[in-house]
Design a protein around this ligand. Sequence first.
Ligand code: ADP
Ligand code: MG
Length: 338
Amino acid sequence: MKHRILPILLALALLLSACNLLPEAGAKPRAVSESSIWAMDTQMDLRLYGDAEGACMQRLTALLNELDHTLSATAEDSDLTALNRSGWTDNPHILRLAEEALAVSEETGGALDVTLLPVSRAWGFSTGSYGVVPAAELEALRDNVGMDKLTLQPGVGLSIPAGTALDFGALAKGYAADLCRAELEEADCAGILSLGGNIQTVGTKPDGSDWVIGVQDPDDPGHYLLTLGLTGSRAAVTSGDYQRYFMEDGVRYCHIIDPGTLAPVRGSLRAVTVIADSGLRADALSTALFVLGREAGEALRRSRGDFETVWIEADGRVWVSPGLAERVLEGSYEVTQP
Ligand code: ADP
Ligand code: MG
């Protein structure tokens, strides 16, 4: 009973709280439509512009609900739960997510690992029974963990062995943002979406001004440490230790697991934001970079060159990658090595 009511109360509280998007500056344009929905276990705020914005809003809502139904790791009747039970799926959304997860895992030396579901459950994430897990219990889970458990035949099917269970929480919202973006571009609508903190901008605002996005202060998420001006269609995705965590003996245990230790990531990093053209890539990278930390994460950024970063360290310092520095509108920061 407790577990059923709590998420509903949480959802209501978040729906009643302020929208996650920064307020519109100046007069509101005529053809603008705003909506907040609850999907994929989070609040989603959508603001759309354009002649077809009402119809677009309906299509986006339907799409997000469909993805929720497909990709939920907790719903009894989702396609992902069916895969976790039967060991096989040909669902195209899941195949695409598995393909990207394998690629980013490879790129980041295994920092992204979608087989950690039994591990995060053991720590209490998604069950609500939080607590430090004894090392022996973690080691016993290791047999079922690792990206080598996935056998993907692109466009055909994905299989996993019995005992392994997948969770695409690290990249599903970014994938959803990419699909929303495609819908909006098709209908010639512009917009800005916040899918549980994953920001996706699409097209150009009717007045031609930049999209303004904020990077939250981990100690006071209602306050922004930086604001950035972005142009065109971009994804800005944050992973941090301040949204989902529990405290025990004064230690913060966050929801992002280090695949090496099978324990919540502990280090000097509070949050990382990744900005890229693709929401799916930005989301997968944000989680992996949170595991890697700033030094290794910046080395990857320099070698790839297709994303930008904002790092918030526990000492309060904010680091911005060189390509993003000119986009900062407000806030103090230091620039990482080019
Ligand atoms: P959020 O979904 O809260 O915006 P992330 O994109 O960083 O944040 O995803 C975190 C989620 O990904 C966790 O809640 C968990 O479901 C899953 N996860 C945790 N650690 C890892 C990891 N190392 N690799 C892949 N997925 C992870
Ligand atoms: Mg992510």
